[in-house]
Design a protein around this ligand. Structure first.
Ligand SMILES: [Mg+2]
Length: 207
């Protein structure tokens, strides 16, 4: 029997003392940290189009990397890439805007270039408590700097992402990993919390 039903059984709804007991029994909701590209926004086409515009062959492009590393690997300048990237092109996956409307406290952890990432958040009018992009990490993104900056207990955090690297980030930080399985490119592994629809996250967080 859960805390809610115990409270109801005791007819305690009008007692302040029991109300405090009831609130204390209810677990705090968990905190969501989300990847951006391929998780909240369907940015594959925008990412690919910027590379293709700079002469890269489509089949050479892969996803989920630090953008500076991918530019280096593909032999193009980061500045040219940021200039070619259309920050208006990527749309949120269906249901994500509604999810963001429910989350009033959340954060972003992304390998995206800070200029492109900030422009996307502004355009979408999304206001996470914190957003860390590639410039915040000395290499690929990590969750530790965000956990530290926001004083978050890893056991109370869920990281939502779409790639193997995202899963590794979560495991290294002692954080549960939820797969954005609404992205058909995302591959589920044992131990993932697989989210079929963005709204599935609401229950996982206990909101
Ligand atoms: Mg991603």
């Amino acid at each position: 029997m859960d805390a809610r039903s115990r409270t109801c059984d005791r007819g305690a709804g009008t007692s302040p003392w029991i109300h405090r007991w009831y609130v204390a029994e209810m677990p705090e909701p968990r905190f969501a940290i989300c990847d951006l590209d391929g998780t909240l926004i369907d940015s594959d086409a925008a990412l690919v189009n910027a590379f293709v515009a700079l002469g890269v062959t489509r089949s050479e492009i892969s996803f989920g990397h630090v953008i500076a590393d991918e530019c280096l690997r593909l032999g193009i300048s980061l500045g040219d890439y940021v200039h070619a990237y259309d920050t208006e092109a990527a749309k949120p996956f269906p249901g994500v805007d509604e999810l963001i409307g429910v989350l009033d406290d959340w954060a972003i952890c992304s390998n995206k270039h800070v200029e492109s990432g900030t422009a996307e958040l502004t355009r979408l009018a999304w206001r996470p408590r914190a957003a860390m992009f590639a410039d915040a990490f000395n290499g690929p993104k990590r969750l530790a700097p965000l956990l530290e900056a926001l004083h978050l207990d890893p056991s109370r955090v869920v990281f939502v992402g779409d790639t193997d690297h995202d899963r590794t980030c979560a495991h290294e930080a002692g954080v549960d990993f939820a797969l954005a399985a609404w992205n058909p490119r995302a591959v589920e592994r044992v131990g993932d919390i697989a989210l079929k629809h963005p709204s599935d996250l609401i229950e996982v967080l206990g909101l």
